[in-house]
Design a binder for this molecule. Structure first.
Ligand code: UT7
Length: 335
């Protein structure tokens, strides 16, 4: 086969059953449904159940994506998981997924790029597929952010949720697949959004009420975020990245059928659409239901859009992400 590009042949997602609403959070911290809705767009989020860890959620999303792709776990050549909340530093979440789903022929590793982790992982998969289009690659974004949130800090605890999304990719020699992409990082700004390396082997039952009352979060173990700065950078960098990529590729925003972005804040997405002069109808959002699930947010949204029939063959899709590091990136896909 001639060199091609990576194309997505199956999507899947998994969301924990437990729903934490804004009203529930009113019982935990000094906040209100109104504040959360108007400042973030979030109405509820999913929270991992007792003992439910990142690799389990990742595996469940993977099984769905494999079923849609018609690929068996044994046929996989490679597994990449974008995550910042794996239950262990070693082995990787990807190795645990490999074991869980029985993908004994794959090699597996994690990518740490915060909310951009899934898109970074897709980029790596695409590079492999350019040289070896026959490969079958599983790319996952999965997070258990609830275990790393300080449930006494209203500035952060209202924002995050748990979940996992997955894609199966293979090589394409047609117009379909990843057309163009650009990734970015700026480590100088790391302090604006950070999380210490303290993985939790056993994710405790996340009883947010108890956690808040006991204040049992060790110093540095929870998210630290300069919200307003992150907001400004996200709108600016995501906007610039989209404009630069489309200019480079000679593609007009009018040609884009759907933007599937990282889901951090509905106001970030509205500001981005405004800056790009893009109808908000073309921006797919799940933030209302799931909050910000970091690397999982984009693949979960993609899977929902796919299963709802929002993605038609031949559509032009734009992925846009921004997260801690800072890391950000943009991808243009032909579905
Ligand atoms: O995935 C990437 C990672 N994160 C992000 O992208 C987050 C980016 N940032 C944001 O989404 C927004 O900055 C936030 C949603 C985090 C905050 O919204 P904001 O409009 O920037 O609010 P703020 O931080 O300026 O706070 C405004 C007020 C403050 O009170 P005072 O000082 O004006 O009296 C906060 O203490 O709102 C207060 N506040 C809250 N009130 C009720 C902050 N959090 C809450 C809360 N409930 N949960």
């Amino acid at each position: 086969m001639t060199a091609g590009r990576g194309t997505i042949i199956g999507t899947g997602s998994y969301l924990p059953e437990r729903i934490l609403t804004n009203r529930d959070l009113e019982q935990v911290v000094n906040t209100s449904d109104e504040w959360i809705k108007t400042r973030t767009g979030i109405r509820s989020r999913r929270i991992a159940g007792a003992g439910e860890v990142t690799s389990q959620m990742a595996s469940r999303a993977a099984v769905e994506a494999l079923a849609m792709a018609g690929v068996t776990a044994a046929q996989l050549d490679m597994i990449i998981v974008g995550t910042i909340t794996a239950e262990m530093v070693m082995p990787s979440c990807a190795c645990l997924v490999q074991k869980e789903i029985g993908a004994e022929n794959a090699f597996a590793f994690d990518v740490s790029a915060a909310c951009s982790g899934f898109v970074y992982a897709l980029e790596i998969a695409d590079r492999y597929l350019k040289n070896a289009p026959e490969m079958k690659i599983l790319v996952i974004g999965a997070e258990t952010l609830s275990a790393r949130v300080d449930w006494q800090d209203r500035n952060t605890c209202v924002l995050f949720g748990d979940g996992a999304g997955a894609c199966v990719l293979t090589g394409s020699t047609t117009e379909e697949g990843l057309l163009a992409s650009q990734l970015y990082s700026d480590g100088r700004l790391w302090q604006l959004l950070s999380l210490d390396a303290r993985p939790r082997r056993y994710c405790p039952a996340v009883d947010y009420g108890v956690a808040a009352a006991q204040n049992n979060m060790p110093e540095g173990a929870a998210f630290s975020m300069a919200g307003k700065d992150v907001f400004k950078h996200a709108v600016r960098e995501m906007g610039d990245a989209v404009v630069n990529l489309l200019d480079r590729e000679g593609v007009s925003l009018d040609d884009i059928d759907l933007v599937v972005p990282h889901q951090a804040n509905i106001r970030i997405l509205k500001s981005l659409a405004e800056r790009l002069d893009l109808s908000f109808k073309k921006v797919y959002t799940t933030i209302q239901k799931y909050g910000n699930s970091s690397a999982a947010s984009l693949p979960v949204a993609l899977d929902e859009a796919n299963r709802e029939g929002r993605l038609q063959k031949g559509d032009l899709l734009l992925f846009s992400v921004f997260g801690g590091g800072f890391t950000w990136g943009v991808m243009l896909w032909r579905w």
